[in-house]
Design a protein around this ligand. Structure first.
Ligand SMILES: [Ca+2]
Length: 322
């Protein structure tokens, strides 16, 4: 039987959420029950998700708008926000039900069966847990693309991954609620997902495919690299490290096949720790870190990935090539 899954996403901030939703609809191992949106303009995100699902021939999968504002502070916005996905003045209708309500209702109606995959902030799942703590006993598991466990430093000593991870830090108090909750958790951190860029040959196969889903992915690939370069420049990461990383698709895939990654059980604390921000040479005290502790494990954490196997799996599914 296919694994029931809800995808909670900040689709539009980055290219790979759309890739992840498309991989999910191309995975017969998954039953996509709904897509919920988080972070910033969640109405726009719901429209992008609706469009992506419609193009993929999955108008039957409902989309729900969720929480855009973090519990404290403001949402930072950047990204391509639907370029080459949405057309001007397009009318796109999604569900009237709130994302948080949908998440609670779906978990409680299907006890032990629903996996929630978060690909952005964990604002919606934190709110769902506060409103109905019993979701912790009724969810199958929560799989989060979030956190950094072992920051990557390359042979030249240049740090290739941030120590502050974007999804948790865009709503850090929600992240603390979720990490400290009894919800069964799996974390796929960015130091693992930065090991899986699409290879040039795989990008070419997607771009040459006549498949509708592959064409949509190609359209996104067309607009993304120049923007990614801008983002890297703005945060002080060397631009030679830009790539088409598959952060969110990998997180979706482990919902049905854990063997794409190597997992270990760890205790991960979500704490505001003094952090040196190298580009500014300042110490910041408001960065949420995900720090391993010598305590009883509170989650499963991906520590490695079979990059060749996963990038091939993604390319084959997107081009409908089995
Ligand atoms: Ca995302």
């Amino acid at each position: 039987m296919a694994q029931k899954v809800i995808i909670d996403t900040d689709i539009g901030t980055y290219y790979d959420d759309a890739f992840a939703v498309l991989l999910a609809v191309r995975s017969p191992e998954l039953e996509l029950m709904g897509v919920t949106t988080c972070y910033g303009d969640t109405d726009l995100r719901a429209k992008i998700a609706r469009k992506v699902l419609d193009v993929a021939g999955r108008s039957d999968v409902p989309v729900f708008k969720g929480i855009g504002e973090p519990m404290k502070g403001n949402a930072l916005m950047f990204g391509f926000e639907g370029q080459n996905i949405l057309e001007q003045n397009e009318q796109l209708k999604y569900s009237d039900e709130h994302a948080v309500n949908f998440i609670i209702r779906t978990i409680m109606e299907n006890p032990g069966e629903v996996t929630v995959v978060t690909l952005g902030t964990v604002s919606n799942i934190a709110a769902a847990y506060l409103l109905e703590p019993k979701i912790a006993q009724n969810i199958k598991e929560l799989i989060m693309m979030a956190g950094v466990v072992v920051p990557i430093v390359d042979v030249k000593g240049v740090r290739r991954s941030p120590v502050e991870e974007y999804n948790f830090n865009n709503d850090p108090f929600a992240a603390q609620i979720v990490v400290n909750s009894p919800i069964p958790k799996v974390m796929v951190p960015i130091d693992v997902t930065l090991r899986i860029p699409l290879k040039p040959e795989q990008i070419e196969r997607i771009q040459q495919s006549k498949d509708e889903v592959a064409k949509l992915v190609s359209g996104i690939i067309e607009v993304w690299p120049p923007q990614e370069r801008q983002i890297y420049l703005s945060v002080g990461i060397p631009t030679e490290h830009t790539g088409l990383w598959l952060h969110d698709p990998l997180t979706v895939a482990v919902a049905h096949d854990r063997s794409f990654c190597e997992f270990t059980k760890l205790h991960i604390a979500a704490e505001f720790a003094d952090t040196t921000v190298e580009r500014d040479m300042v110490i910041k005290r408001d960065i949420l870190r995900t720090l391993p502790r010598k305590l009883p494990p509170n989650m499963e954490v991906a520590v490695d990935v079979n990059a060749d196997r996963f990038t091939e799996h993604f390319t084959n599914r997107i081009t409908n090539h089995t």
